[in-house]
Design a protein around this ligand. Structure first.
Ligand SMILES: CCCNc1ncnc2c1ncn2[C@@H]1O[C@H](/C=C/CNC(=O)c2cc(-c3ccc(F)cc3)cc(O)c2O)[C@@H](O)[C@H]1O
Ligand SMILES: [Mg+2]
Length: 214
């Protein structure tokens, strides 16, 4: 019977990466997606920009919207200080199951809380469920038409504080026009575009980094 793309990505990790070594997991996925089968991970080029933002922010609390196979989850968590917590939301059970195994292979399960469910349902519950006050960093990489409604929801739920950083993937390709328009024109954010390329291709894409001003 036919395997799914996430299942093939997990197989590549289990074959080529070293257990407990997050960077080897990241490398194995990038190798597979560059040379065998494209997949919508943030990838190595935009991943370096992600790494630099994570290192600069040095967050104690991180929220990721859209886990997929856990590539960016592992990439972010591998750079977090020991006490830090990363919550990642994934509503597709198949993808969540694969991501859990990728995260386990990387040895990062104790840093990462993967919540199976939709961002719209879970964002209002994160404070009470996980004792979170606010997020220092949010990585948006789920359905592109959900970036704006979920950002407004995070504002309404008081999950952002003065200085919280939003980092959004794919603001050019596939594109998130309504989110960009809002975040770049809102007096409540200071935004910066990091030009890059769509993962594993020469097409333009980029990350938008926005600071919530309170
Ligand atoms: C209720 C829907 C909104 N809330 C949600 N809550 C939790 N998880 C959600 C989610 N939406 C989507 N997800 C999950 O995130 C993942 C979806 C990511 C969507 N990403 C893209 O479409 C994407 C697409 C491309 C892409 C670019 C060019 C191209 F030709 C084809 C694809 C590149 C990327 O980097 C991308 O991120 C899936 O695992 C999905 O199950
Ligand atoms: Mg993406």
């Amino acid at each position: 019977t036919q395997t799914t793309r996430p299942q093939r990505i997990l197989a590549a990790v289990q074959k080529n990466a070293t257990r407990g070594d997050p960077r080897s997991v990241v490398k194995a996925i990038d190798q597979f997606c560059r040379h065998k089968e494209w997949a919508m991970n943030v990838g190595d080029e935009k991943g370096c920009i992600l790494d630099s933002v994570v290192t600069e922010v040095n967050p104690a609390t991180v929220l990721e919207l859209g886990t997929y196979c856990g590539y960016s989850t592992v990439r972010i968590a591998s750079l977090l200080p020991s006490h830090a917590k990363l919550i990642t939301l994934e509503f597709d059970p198949g993808n969540a199951a694969i991501a859990r195994q990728v995260i386990a292979w990387a040895g990062l399960a104790d840093k990462i809380q993967l919540v199976e469910g939709a961002s719209g349902d879970w964002i209002p519950k994160l404070k009470e469920k996980f004792g979170i006050e606010t997020f220092d960093l949010v990585f948006l990489d789920h359905w592109k038409d959900r970036y704006l409604p979920d950002t407004k929801l995070m504002e309404e739920c008081g999950l952002l504080r003065k200085g919280s950083i939003l980092l959004a993937d794919n603001v050019i390709c596939p594109g998130t026009p309504d989110y960009l328009e809002y975040i770049r024109n809102s007096p409540r954010y200071k935004s910066q575009y990091f030009k890059s390329h769509l993962e594993y291709t020469k097409a333009e894409d980029g990350l938008e980094k926005s600071v919530f001003l309170g």
